[in-house]
Design a protein around this ligand. Sequence first.
Ligand code: GLU
Length: 471
Amino acid sequence: MVKTRFAPSPTGYLHLGNARTAIFSYLFARHHGGSFVLRIEDTDRERSKKEYEEMLIEDLRWLGLDWDEFYRQSERFEIYDQYAKKLLETGHAYPCFCTPEELERERQEAQRRGVAYRYSGRCRHLSPEEVERLKREGKPYTIRFRVPDGRVVTFNDLIKGPIAISVDDFGDFVIVRSDGTPTYNFVVVVDDALTGITHVIRGEDHIPNTPKQILIYEALGFKVPEFAHLPVILGEDRSKLSKRHGAVSVRAYREEGYLPEALFNYLCLLGWSPPEEGREVFSKEELIKLFDLKDVNDSPAVFNKEKLKWLNGVYVREVLPLEELTERALPFLKRANYELVEPSYVKRVLEYARDAFDTLTEMVERLRPFFVREVEIDDELWSFLEDEKAIAALSALYDELLNRKPETPEEARKLVKEVQKKLKLKPPQVWKPLRIALTGETEGVGVDLLLALLPKEVLLTRLRRVLERLT
Ligand code: GLU
């Protein structure tokens, strides 16, 4: 059975790149009827934070992911201890008493000679007696993995193809720090092996770690899983997507009013080519059915925020059922402290105006006149209203609205047209002051929609306030 995992370190917000890794791992498992594991990699006690863990979990759930098993590395130290002991016993690892200063000197020496730094292996050959003595003296030590000399580690990456890395690229590496905490390359192997992960899917920045991990698999007699390294995501300028490119966390997009379905869908398009060319909108269920690693490209994908925004707009207008859209919209409207947010009213407004925005923060801004009780009118806009014809039009409309409130945009346009004809005015001579009176703006959502949807008393109050000041 296929079993994959997502293994974030709780050291920050969930980055879009990591979210894509999570999604691809998830889809691959679900596509093959397998299971998906979430593992929190928090062995680095200084950088890991509980708040980040909570936010990661919340954001993954928000994206629509679910998992069958959950692990937290900080709860598994005893297990890692056991395997570190085993590696020591079998001679695959050894204690290293080199001090940070000694290692720093080695590093500087390498730098001076212009060669890549590798641990010299000074403690490789300490006799058991010497080790005992140093331990008795209370000298701190790390545990290093004994890398076999001259090996070239090869593996067949499911995305990148065959990869060969010589162990000369790295020396004996630390698997347990001097404070007793185990390191990433070591625990990742123990966990993946013990939990039966069949496919390790992660970012390509981990390729240099993979040979180290394979050596540990071999040393512990574990079966080596398949590896699939995903190409990086780039910004528009073709450098690795980072904060310099603006918002890069799932949280930021969530707060900006992006829909999880749209973000999920968009992230899949970054590096995966759907079998059906040209199609871009996919539900999670369809993605589970279609996704396979063989369709993941081995070259980097470019993140395009405009495209994501467009796709979000498609979900707003065409994909999400109206009920659902209303539910997503309400918290945004409430957070903006709008007053007219009764759910059935919001739903009716969205039914007519869902094509006016791509994201929910755009909705908050553009549909404002529907949801606030009163609008402000700038001094400079009053000059348009201080005009005989404008006043005549607004008071005629006010009188009409008193006894017939239009219920649809068509009825609203009919009513305005009648007033316009009766007063022998041109259409803009009525529509423009009306827009300013109802919205405090000179452009935006359809005034016919406002007339049809805003509650009668709200319409009348807005017009009355204007007329009282003008007359
Ligand atoms: N904690 C690692 C990271 O966040 C996981 C790497 C892996 O998937 O093996 O990059």
